[in-house]
Every structure is written in C-alpha cells, then in structure tokens.
Design a protein around this ligand. Structure first.
Ligand code: MSP
Length: 514
C-alpha cells in the first residue's frame, strides 16, 4: 500500500467534450478506483486547459469574453464526468486563481534558473496544437501534421528555455528507465532525441489570454508551460506543501500519444531545472477512430459520449472502451462492435450468470444461500483455484496499466463460472434431490454456494470499471459494497457469508435489440 497519483491531460475547451476525452478519463478513473480498492492513498486529477491563442479567438468569434466562453464549456466537461461516474478528487482549471498564483511561483523559479534566456523567435506556430514547428515538420502548404490546418509564421521576442542542455539527462531518463510506456513511444522519443533537442520559447508576446510573466507582464507564459504545471499546482505546489509532498511525483500521467513530447521532454526538463522530482510514468494510449476514419466534427465522424451513456448507461460505456481495444494501441470503434459486446459480454455472459444463480438459489433454497457441503470435487477445485488467483492477476495487470487485460482476466472467470454451471447441471441435482438423494442435495448446495461466492468476487473485481452495476450485483447477493476488508480479503474465495438471504433485482444488462 502506498500513494497513487494519476492524471489525465487537461483538455482544451475549444469544443465540447468528445469520446477521445472520455476514453482517457474513463481509463484514469478505472486506475484510480482499482488503486483505491487495493488500499492506496489515491489522488485523481483531471481538468481543463483554458488559455492560449486558439481559445481567445474562438471566444471572440462567439462574441463572448474568454472567461465566459470557458465557463460554458467547462460546465459540459463536468456534466459528462458526472454522467460517466468519474471519481476525480479535484478538477483543475488553468483559469483558477490558485493555479495562476502557483504558476507564477514556478515561473519565478524557472526564470531564476540558468536555463532561461531572452531571444528572438521566428518560426511556424499551430494554434490548435499551441506548438511551434520546424519547416521540415510541416506538411506541404505549411499545414500542421496533426490538424492539417495552416500554421502561422511568427516572429517575436521571447524567453527561451534551454532544453538542449537536458539532452543527456533526458536520454538517460527515456532510454534507461521505465519512464515512458508503451515501448513504441520510447522508441519514438529516442528518435527525437537523436536528432538533437531545440530550446523552446516559454512566453508569447502577442497572446493576451494567458498568465502574465512575473516582472514582464507584456509577455504571457506559453500555454503548454502553463498547462503542464497543472499537475503540481493542483496538489498544492503553490500553497499546500503537505499535500504536495504527499502526492508528488505523479505515479502516472495518462494521455494519447500525440502529446508525449511535451510530457516526456519539456516537462521533466522544466522540473529538473527547478530541482523537483520527475513523474514516475508517462503512459500513452493509442488513438481511437470510428469506422476506420479519424474522428472529426467537420466530416461528422463522431461518437457522442452523452448519447452512448443515455442509451446504454455509463457502466456499459466504460466497459466497452476499456475492453474493446488494447490499452496502448490504436483501435477502431464501430456501433456494431458496441452492441455485440454489450449483448455478448454483459447481457449474456455476465448478467445472465447473476440472474441464473439468483433464480436457482430462490427456487431451490428459498433465496437463502446454503453452506457448501461435502468434499469438493475436481470440478469445484479447478473452478475455485482459478477464481482464487484472479485478485493477484488483476492487481498485476493494473500495475502495468494493462486495462484491457484486466477485463480479459475477469471474463475468463465469468466464462469458467458459466462452464461450471454447465458441468455441474444444478437442475439435475435438484431433480435428484427431490427424488430423495441426500448427496445430490449436498452437491447442489456446494455448487450454488461456489457460484454466489465467485459472483461476489467478480462484483468487487469489476467495480472499478462498472461501479453502478457492481453495487447492484452485490445488492442482489444480499451484500453492500464495502471494500474496508482490503484487497487480499476481498479476493479470497470462500468468504461469502452462507445463510445470507438474496435480494433478487432487475436484470443487470437487458439485451439490446436494434
Ligand atoms: N490541452 C492539451 C493537454 C495539456 S496536458 C498538460 C490537449 N488537450 S486536448 O483537448 O487536445 O486533449 C488531448 C487528449 O485527449 C489526448 O491526449 C487524449 O488523452 C484525448 N484524446 C483526444 N482525441 C482522442 C482520440 N481520438 N483517441 C484517443 N484519445 C483522444 O492536448
């Protein structure tokens, strides 16, 4: 047991939240909830990145002040996180007075370091990425390679950060430690490092919507510097040293792969410059596409998270996005895959298992879970041995941020439980018991006890992914979700209190018919 500090990127408020934002935030929430269940002292942070040229322009187009505009979008992010049961401990906005004060404190320290100098910047700027590019990084027509939109030629007097001085230290961090995952991302960064790092400008002269540099208010801090600092300002870098000490360095910064340069090069170098420890892990998951195409509002190729939650409920959405693609790889969303998984994994395999088990306990034991009786048979031993290992396997996958694997592991036990029902044929045992077989009655009790007990275990194991349905499941088993016993005890088989009355409820996942 220790502490676990997990973050999502802070999202731009240039548009309403979309499924890409939801994907990262669900993953972070799942990690946070597993670590809480594992007994860690968790801090889970998400928020919004509100400064910069792009936001300034959009607000102007809409005839709003930048702050009014930001407030309206932030409300929608918060609403989506509420609908998705996101359990963040804090929501940071870069327009918070607290963030601004702490950023200025950091900026002072950075300006006082030997790594900042004044210089003239001339180059290409993409206001969507809020990033500077070299000519050879652009697509023909000076288009940004991420947004396929024109970059602007910019020339101004700026403060620069001497990133080039950190070449060796960053090489060591990336090549020789487990700072960045998955492996493909490490290789990508090593490629960038081999080309040699360029110093970057940390202030902008022409942008107004930003945090003024202390002692030079004509300049605002470059929005990426402002944004990266959220990870420390949110936990009290500026005003709460105790909380800051408790959680920093971050255990994992989650994001998609397009922003790892900022997180794996700029960010650790800035921290080193002021003598702060660097984060433990930057984990970059892949990109989502829909029907093989990039998600894009302009082409109408979108997945609306609000709509999905309304139709299927938050738990099914959370499950699907964690289960469908390997966490770390790119993958493609289709409506058909969503419905297939919903019906197969959730309605059929998982929901039905609960339903059948509860029904049998009601029918054969008046709804009160019997004690297991007699000596376990080979079929019981095999099933229980597999279930007994689940907790350890899940914890291991969680520590590796292998979120799809977590669900694959759990569903192996779901499958085994369904197989156990087929193999032990409780309805035959019930018939034999009726005909006077005491032994069949004992077998029936054992089989149903084992099923209820493993369902309890499964309820806890899926809780971080499906917090609502897990509670409903446990409720039907006559239990309350109560993690206080700790991971070890919760994942031990045979701990379900026999003699408990079940409380049959609604089908967990009604089949979805189109
Ligand atoms: N504001 C910056 C991040 C600053 S962090 C100090 C930013 N914001 S963003 O709104 O563009 O969010 C980017 C992040 O949203 C990605 O890194 C990823 O977490 C998520 N995603 C956005 N689109 C996505 C997909 N199509 N697929 C997967 N994740 C996506 O960058």
């Amino acid at each position: 047991m220790g502490k676990f500090y997990v973050t999502t990127p802070i999202y731009y408020v240039n548009d309403v939240p979309h499924i890409g934002h939801a994907y990262t935030t669900i993953a972070a929430d799942v990690l946070a909830r597993y670590h809480r269940l594992m007994g860690d002292d968790v801090f889970f942070l998400t928020g919004t990145d509100e400064h910069g040229q792009n936001i300034e322009r959009i607000a102007e187009e809409k005839g709003l002040s930048p702050q009014e505009y930001c407030d309206s979008i932030v409300a929608q992010f918060k609403e989506l996180w509420r609908m998705l049961d996101i359990s963040n401990d804090y929501f940071i906005r870069t327009t918070d007075a607290r963030h601004i004060a702490a950023v200025q404190k950091f900026a002072r320290a950075l300006l006082a370091s030997e790594d900042v100098y004044r210089g003239r910047y001339a180059g290409w700027y993409c206001s969507r990425c809020e990033a500077f590019y070299q000519q050879d990084e652009l697509l023909p027509g000076n288009l940004c390679s991420v947004h396929q939109r024109p970059c602007e030629w910019t020339e101004e007097e700026n403060y620069f950060f001497a990133l080039s001085r950190y070449q060796d230290r960053l090489y060591h961090l990336i090549a020789e430690t487990d700072f960045v995952q998955p492996e493909a991302r490490r290789n990508e960064l090593l490629g960038v490092l081999r080309q040699g790092l360029q110093d970057f400008s940390i202030s902008r002269e022409r942008v107004r919507w930003g945090i003024p540099l202390p002692d030079d208010p004509r300049q605002v801090l470059y929005v990426w510097v402002d944004a990266l600092l959220n990870y420390i300002t949110a936990i009290g870098y500026g005003d709460d040293p105790e909380t800051f000490q408790r959680y920093w360095p971050a255990d994992v910064h989650l994001m998609a792969k397009e922003i790892i340069r900022f997180h794996c090069l700029y960010w650790p170098a800035m921290l080193m410059a002021v003598g702060l420890p660097v984060p433990r892990l930057v984990f970059a998951h892949g990109w989502l596409t829909k029907d093989g195409q990039k998600l894009s509002k302009s082409t109408g190729n979108i997945i609306d998270p609000f709509d999905l939650v309304r139709r299927f409920g938050s738990d099914a959405v959370r499950y699907f996005f964690m289960r469908e693609g390997a966490f770390g790889a790119d993958w493609d969303y289709t409506d058909a895959a969503f419905v297939r998984r919903y019906n197969a994994d959730l309605a059929n395999d998982f929901g039905n298992l609960l339903n059948r088990t509860v029904q049998m306990v009601v029918r054969y034991f008046d709804g009160v879970v019997p004690e297991a009786k007699g000596k376990p048979e080979a079929v019981d031993q095999k099933f229980l041995a597999m279930a007994a290992q689940l907790g350890e396997h899940v914890a291991d996958a969680v520590r590796r941020v292998a979120l799809q694997e977590v669900l694959i592991l759990i569903w192996k036990v779901v499958e085994a439980a369904n197989g156990y029902v087929q193999d032990t044929t409780p309805w035959e045992l019930a018939k034999a018991q009726k005909n006077g077989s005491v032994q069949a009655g004992e077998r029936l009790a054992t089989v149903l006890y084992n099923l209820v007990d493993v369902l309890r275990l499964l309820g806890y194991m899926v809780e971080p992914v499906m917090p609502r349905k897990a509670r409903e499941l446990l409720k039907q088993l006559g239990l309350e979700f109560d993690p206080s016993a700790g991971w070890q005890a919760l994942t031990t088989v045979g701990t379900y209190p026999a003699g408990t009355a079940l409380s049959p409820g609604e089908v967990l996942f009604p089949r979805y018919e189109q």
